[in-house]
Design a protein around this ligand. Sequence first.
Ligand code: CA
Length: 224
Amino acid sequence: MRMLVVEDDAAIADAVCASLERDGHAVDCLANGKAAIAALQEHAFALVVLDLGLPGQDGSEVLRRLRAAHDGIPVLVITAREELDLRVRTLDLGADDYLVKPFSLAEFGARVRALLRRQSNRGVPILQIGRLAIDLAGRRVRLDDRPLDLTAREFALLEILASRHNRVTPREHIIEALCTWNDALTDNGLDIAVYRLRRKLAGSGVNLRTVRGLGYLLESDDGP
Ligand code: CA
C-alpha cells in the first residue's frame, strides 16, 4: 500500500520509512507540513504517519485540514513527550492512534498493521479467498498448507486485489497504490507484476483476471 510519512527528523523518518518498506509498502517521505497538505490533496494514500512539530505547517493543522475535507484516511501521529497537550488536541482532531518518541519499530509496525486492519478488512487479519489464505499482518500467503513465495510488490498487488475481491480494480488505482515519487511503477512494471503473480497463482483456483479496458479482478473457482 502507498503511505505518506511526514517527519522532519531525518533519522526517525529514515527508520520509519525503511520499516514500512520492509513490510512491502510504497512509502513517500516529506519533512514539511505544507508539502504534506498538498500531497494529501493530490494522491490517495492508505495511511499517514504524521509528526506534530513540523516546519511549514504543524502536524495538527495538517490533520485538521484532512478531517475538514472529510478524509477518513488512517493517521498515526508520532509525537515528542513535551507535546502532551498537543497530543490530546490531536486525538480530538481525529488522529487514529499516536506513539510517543522514542518508540520501538516493532511497536510502530504493530500499530500500523492494526490501523490498516481496522480500515480495510473489518478487523480480520487473514483474508481467505478460495484455497488462498492471505495473512495481512504477517505479510505471508498460504495455499492450502503450503507457503506461497511472493515478492513485496507481488504481495502488495495481491493485497489490493484481495481487499476488492470480485470487484474490478482499475489499473490507475493499482499504479497509484504501488508507486512512490522516487520509485515510479510504469505500465510495463505493472504488466510484469501481474504476469508473475498470475503465474504463482496458477493451479490455486484463484484467478487474476484481466477485464479489458477496465482493470483486474481476483476471483476463485469455488465462488467467494
Ligand atoms: Ca518534528
